[in-house]
Design a protein around this ligand. Sequence first.
Ligand SMILES: N[C@@H](CCC(=O)N[C@@H](CS)C(=O)NCC(=O)O)C(=O)O
Length: 225
Amino acid sequence: MTLKLYMHPVSTVSRPVRLFIAEKNLPVTETVVDLMTGEHMKPEYGAINPSKQVPVLEEGDFRLPESSAILKYLASRFDCPEYPKDLKQRAKVDAAMDWVNTMLYRDLGYGLLYPQIFPHHKRPSDEQQKGTVAWGKEKCKGALAILDKDMLGKNDYLANNTISIADYFGVCIVTAGEIIGCQFNDYPNVKRWIGNMQKLKSWASVNEVMYGFAGSLKGQQFETV
Ligand SMILES: N[C@@H](CCC(=O)N[C@@H](CS)C(=O)NCC(=O)O)C(=O)O
């Protein structure tokens, strides 16, 4: 059965799935859903994912949205050690991914990044926009401090001190901040972790379009962390 990933190469949560597929050489084809032209808002894609978001994995008539669930499915389906079978180790990976998804991604992606770069995430008045971004920035700093000190302070990876799908997920979300020029200088352990993950052989090719997009915004003023 063919596996297909609906994705966009700049998309924060398509990137970890693509990175994992490339790194593990998994037999998954890709279809671009052009977020920049609003292809995801059309009824055709709405029939694939009513939330009108990427990524979605398709295997025959099985369709799976949600990047975290897709990573877990792929790692289980292809028996990858990045999603350990030991129950307690697996639970640690699940906890790290839930934390990344509900805290870090909310604050960094939806709080700080998207309202500044996507017109349809921009708030209707200047005052609302300023308040949203200021709130996102403060929350984001709090999440990054936890990531830096409590999760990566004495560890090289987010769970079980070995690379897992939680690291794929987390590092792609953090590095999305580079689109607006975040340098993470206050978070040395986060920087060390990013540096390690960037050594993955597929990092450059998978992230090329995202870095190109970041380059196209250079010179614009953004709130950063
Ligand atoms: N919870 C979803 C979130 C997906 C998501 O945020 N997708 C973004 C791209 S990174 C999207 O499709 N955005 C479309 C839009 O904002 O209009 C997941 O983890 O898959």
